[in-house]
Every structure is written in C-alpha cells, then in structure tokens.
Design a protein around this ligand. Structure first.
Ligand SMILES: Cc1ncc(COP(=O)(O)O)c(C=O)c1O
Length: 381
C-alpha cells in the first residue's frame, strides 16, 4: 500500500504529474525544449505573481537558496536575517561563510521576532545591503505574517529583499511583486506537489542588474549565465533534468487550474482542521498562535509519546508519514506537512491514524477529536 506522504516535503505527487515524466527525452538545444521552457517560465511567473525573470535550477531548494546568496553577497556586505529555526540559522551561516556579515534578529523558536526589531537593525546599521527572510520556518511550523511590511521597509531603505519561500509557495499568499520581493526562491517538492529536483528563483530588475554587473566566481549557480541563455535562446546554460521539467510543468498546470486563491483557501481550511483536531486530541501546536503556519503543523509530543515508536507505528501500521523535529526539537515535536494535494481525505486519514497510534502506545486521545476536525472541513469542495 502506498504511503500517505504528510511530510514537510517531499509531499504526495499526483499521478498525472508522475506520468508526465515518461515523456521522451528531447534535445535541450532545440525548439522542442525552447517551447517547453518558455511555457514553464511563464506559468511560474503566474504562480509567483511576478513579472520578474524566472530561473529554474535543477537542484533541491538549498541550491536556489545558495544562489540567492552567492549572486548578491560580497565580502563584508551586511545582511539582516530573522532567525528562529534551522533554516534561518543555515541561511545566516551561509551568508557569513560567503564573506558577508549576517545581522541575526533572533527570536525564540515557535515565534517571529517583532517587526520593530528588524526596523531597528536598519536604524543601527546604515549600510545594510539585503534583508533575507525565511517566510515559512519549516523546522518549527511558523510563518512570518509581516512580509509586506518587510518589503516596504526594504524599498524605503534601498535594500534587496530576499524570501526563502521553499516550504510555502503554492500553499499561502505570496504576491512577489506586490510585496516588493527582489529574489524569491522555492522548490518543487513542497506546496507545488511536484517531485524534488526543480528549484525556481524569481529575480527582479534591480537584483538582475546587480548580478549582471557583479557575477560571482561560480559556474553552476552563476545566474548571469541563466539570464543570457534565456534572453538569447530560451534555454538553460547547463543540461536540465528534463523529466523533472515535464513533471513541474504538469504540476504548474494543476496549480493554475485550481487557481491560487482557491488553493490558498484550501490550505487554510486544512490547516485549521489539523490544529482543531490535534488540539481536541489533547496535543498542542509548537508555534505561538499568531505565527502558526498553514502548511507545516508542528506539534508537541505528550509525555509517553516516544518519537521513534509513534512515527514507526504511524508509518508501518497506517502508512502515514510525518516528520520528527530538528536539533534541539528532536524527540520533542512531530511535524505534519499539510500542503500540495492536501484535502479532506489527507487530513482525516492522518488525524485518525494519529489518534489510533496514540491509543496503541497508551496515550488516550479524545474520540471526539476527529468530528471537530471534520466540522472545520465542511466548506471544502
Ligand atoms: C525553508 C526551507 N529552506 C530551504 C530548504 C532546503 O531545501 P532542500 O531540502 O530541498 O534542499 C528547506 C527544506 O525543507 C526549507 O524548508
């Protein structure tokens, strides 16, 4: 029996998308490819809600995040970054290791730093080049709810605004141009419900000009090359992973057929049902109320819930996959990816499997919990 993949990525991939990978290999220096690539770029622009250039790296999300640093940060450049989990920490360390100076705005895990602390950093340092923000911190299940204000702040201060939207794009609001995001990075295997391996980046005109005038000493992640190949040929500079492009193209069709507004609403309803159902079982979300993600539900274990045992039974007996915690949160939380294809079926099968697993390991779950979640899902088509 197939697994129900409720991980914070990769997520379940529709059959239609998997089947697209069976399309034949074509010459990536041919009109066949140019037509395909241009189509994918234009659809990605719609999903990102941007007119900016789009580059489709065939890497995992980390490749796109790294590209956003190595193409922008030079020795000594200051970059502000809120840090409240694993992915913010990694990004800040990457900025430092590339010779930049990450100005970390720390917050306890499960919370976002107050917006004012980020504004203060700009007042304290007059020469800040960029603000990097992990829009959805996957390790803790928090989402920054003031991305629009960060965009306005960067526009006022003349700083570049970079969003790591790896675990959220396609599952929550993200109007890249309206929020003044210069560089937005994501990955195929999360809320876009495609297989892992394609990581799109949008680059606005100001950032593009900077990258063209100041290319990095790298080869694969040198975005100047990608702009040139797209402008001159609608091609990529290096051999793209064609089957993944076919799959991503199909996944984008599914997103656009549903429409972004309907998709975001579905994610919101499913997240609400998860929070309601899990709370009714006696579990508590890890993230503070005003920071809770609609795509990653991080949940505190109750005493007696051993991570290995709990996730082992969920996986082996019920074929439901959820993730554990990172670093200090290992053994303390589990995380459910509520994204991509997520529907009433995914929510209810996951919740009832969690409830049964809790009973099997001797932690009594309230039997009414699933009804509370079902009620929240009644408006879903
Ligand atoms: C916010 C965030 N950034 C970056 C990454 C890295 O992506 P990948 O594992 O695809 O390299 C992840 C992965 O979960 C993520 O959630």
């Amino acid at each position: 029996m197939e697994y129900l993949v409720m991980l914070p990525g990769p997520t379940n991939v529709p059959k239609r998308v998997m089947n697209a990978m069976l399309s034949p290999v074509i010459n990536h220096r041919s009109d066949d490819f140019r037509v395909l690539y241009k189509k994918i770029v234009e659809k990605t622009q719609k999903v990102f809600q941007t007119k900016s250039d789009i580059i489709l790296l065939t890497t995992s999300g980390t490749g796109a995040v790294e590209a956003s640093v190595v193409n922008l940060i030079k020795k000594g450049d200051k970059a502000v970054i809120p840090v409240n989990g694993e992915f913010g920490t990694r990004l800040a360390d990457l900025i430092d290791s590339w010779g930049g100076q990450a100005i970390r705005i720390n917050a306890p895990f499960g919370e976002n730093p107050p917006y004012e602390k980020i504004e203060d950093a700009f007042d304290q340092h007059k020469d800040i080049k960029a603000l990097y923000a992990v829009y959805n911190e996957t390790s803790t299940g928090t989402t920054i709810r003031y991305m629009d204000k960060l965009g306005e702040l960067c526009a006022r201060k003349g700083a570049f605004f970079i969003a790591d939207a790896v675990s959220i794009l396609g599952g929550d609001e993200l109007p890249v141009d309206r929020w003044n995001i210069d560089i937005c990075v994501t990955a195929s295997q999360k809320a876009l419900a495609a297989p892992p391996g394609v990581s799109p980046i949008s680059v606005g005109p100001r950032a593009k000009k900077y990258m063209q005038e100041n290319p990095p000493p790298t080869q694969y992640l040198n975005l100047k090359r990608y702009f040139k190949y797209y402008e001159e040929h609608y091609e990529t500079p290096f051999t793209p992973a064609l089957p993944l492009y076919y799959a991503f193209n199909e996944a984008l069709d599914i997103v656009l057929e549903e429409g972004m507004d309907a998709r975001i609403r579905r994610h919101r309803i499913c997240a609400d049902a998860f929070y309601t159902g899990l709370s009714a079982m006696g579990l508590t979300p890890f993230a503070k109320q005003n920071a809770r993600s609609n795509v990653i539900i991080a949940v505190n274990y109750l005493p007696g819930m051993d991570d290995k045992k709990f996730r082992g039974i969920l996986s082996e007996e019920f074929r439901v996959l959820v993730a554990g915690g990172f670093g200090d949160l290992k053994g303390k939380v589990f995380r459910v990816g509520s994204m991509g294809e997520v529907s009433r079926y995914h929510v209810m099968r996951t919740l009832s499997s969690i409830s049964s697993t809790m009973n099997m390991i001797g932690v009594k779950a309230n039997p009414e919990a699933t009804s509370a979640a079902l009620e929240k899902l009644k408006d879903l088509a």
